[in-house]
Design a protein around this ligand. Structure first.
Ligand code: BGC
Ligand code: CA
Length: 221
């Protein structure tokens, strides 16, 4: 009898721990942005260290010209304040180049934002694609894109580079609880003047630049 009770106790403990783990597990495709205003210096300042990081490491199979283990990948952390969303990207990229003619083919990162979470299949006035290459060159597309809305700094390091972005959010109610659509992408120009790989966070097709319906989400905390 004692043995049986002991057995029940162990089972109930294991089930509870499992349930707790499930509860604490981040939801796939849902990123959390903590509140705070970073200094835009492309450095991992204290404020970033407590932010959860998200992996941008899923290859877009159709666009893969190299072995996926050689593809550039990144981690992204997010912060927000009254008028902005901030992203700190740490990119692993063994060969840095901006030789390709198209901005999206150079070593660069892209943040796609659907501020009103309408998940439209074409870009509306609140939707934009923001891109920064490893040398800090800014570009972007989409109905809601305005170059004046983005500032960024970059720094190279031994493993690749860091990008710190500030995006002015004009169409979202910046308060705790707000949810926007978001996607992250790393473009990898490997050893020729062309894009050899694309890594993404959530959606695994190269269509985030024209369709917001498959973005993941960011929740302001
Ligand atoms: C895509 C490219 C596309 C470009 C347009 C990039 O995110 O990967 O394929 O041509 O956006 O802005
Ligand atoms: Ca939208």
């Amino acid at each position: 009898m004692i043995r049986f009770l002991y057995f029940c106790l162990i089972i109930s403990f294991a089930t509870n721990t499992w349930a707790q783990d499930q509860k604490n597990k981040p939801l796939k495709g849902v990123a959390i942005a903590k509140k705070g205003t970073p200094v835009l210096d492309a450095k991992m300042d204290e404020i970033w260290k407590s932010c959860p990081k998200y992996m941008v490491n899923q290859p877009i199979t159709e666009s893969l010209e190299i072995d996926s283990k050689d593809m550039a990948t990144a981690t992204v952390r997010l912060l927000w304040d009254d008028g902005h969303l901030y992203a700190l990207w740490v990119i692993k990229d063994s060969e840095l180049s901006a030789d390709a003619g198209d901005d999206w083919a150079q070593d660069s990162v892209e943040l796609f934002l659907d501020q009103n979470l309408a998940r439209s299949t074409t870009y509306e006035a609140d939707d934009a694609q923001y891109r920064v290459n490893y040398e800090g060159k800014i570009s972007g597309q989409g109905t809601g894109y305005d170059e004046a809305d983005i500032k960024a700094t970059t720094l190279k390091n031994k493993k690749g580079y860091i990008v710190e972005m500030a995006i002015r959010t004009h169409a979202a109610d910046m308060k705790a609880g707000t949810v926007m659509g978001i996607e992250f992408q790393v473009n990898d120009e490997h050893d020729r003047a062309q894009r050899d790989a694309i890594a993404k966070w959530f959606h695994t097709k190269d269509d985030s630049w024209q369709d917001t319906s498959t973005f993941g989400k960011v929740q302001l905390k």
